[in-house]
Design a protein around this ligand. Sequence first.
Ligand SMILES: Nc1ncnc2c1ncn2[C@@H]1O[C@H](COP(=O)(O)OP(=O)(O)OP(=O)(O)O)[C@@H](O)[C@H]1O
Length: 260
Amino acid sequence: MSTILKVDDLVKNFGGLTAVSDVSMTLNDDELVALIGPNGAGKTTLFNLLTGVITPSSGAISFRGPKGTVTLNGKKAYQIANLGLARTFQNIRLFKDLTVLDNVLVAMTSQYKEGLLSTLFRLPSYYKKEAKIAKEATELLAIFDLQESVDVLAKNLPYGIQRRLEIVRALAMKPQILFLDEPAAGMNPEETADLTRLIKKVQREFHITVVLIEHDMSLVMNLAERIYVLDHGAMLAQGTPTEIKQNPAVIKAYLGEEVS
Ligand SMILES: Nc1ncnc2c1ncn2[C@@H]1O[C@H](COP(=O)(O)OP(=O)(O)OP(=O)(O)O)[C@@H](O)[C@H]1O
């Protein structure tokens, strides 16, 4: 297993507040990692730094992509996404007035750069590529049991299914690392159990690294191979679920909350 993402001494200050403080971490190929911590610990800020939504105050992020290792600091969100880091957000960000299929097609077409001439004059290669994209999108939706809903407007889907569609959209970008920000937020226990199965399936079938922020400890302990724990912006601990459950510093940070 080799390192795909390396974070060294990352800092993010918002005025006088240090939201992320000297955080170092590594992500390996094909692993499922959880990032946990109490409210306000800096988890989303760390995701935002890794995916270019905000820029670090200091520190380094390096990513081993298909064309070698690149520094992500200073790169824009779309450049980082094109390199192979896709994400979902805590608040659903679908195109609510587009159908399920169109939501996925929009994400997918960023991967297929058709020439201007072919697009303008609708050459046969244009239609061939369009058919290929539609087939891939439909197959991806089927993995997520959304094949029956391809023509439904995103805004008319139940909440749990909208969250699922968000994951499909992120996967449509063919990422090497998938960041999921609270994928089970607002879901009922049955939806959460379905989601847990799906995330496992995605990681197995797509051979990608998955990192998730999650407050639902049963999901985290069921899914994660490794866990990082943030507290007050700093990395408090890292280890296997068993190690984290028994870590006195983690138990103290979660005082009053159950880490089980
Ligand atoms: N854009 C911003 N400007 C100022 N402060 C911010 C900004 N974004 C986050 N913060 C602050 O940084 C700290 C970390 O916030 P962050 O949202 O990363 O925590 P979190 O661990 O994701 O919390 P939660 O589990 O509640 O989502 C908080 O004190 C928050 O108020």
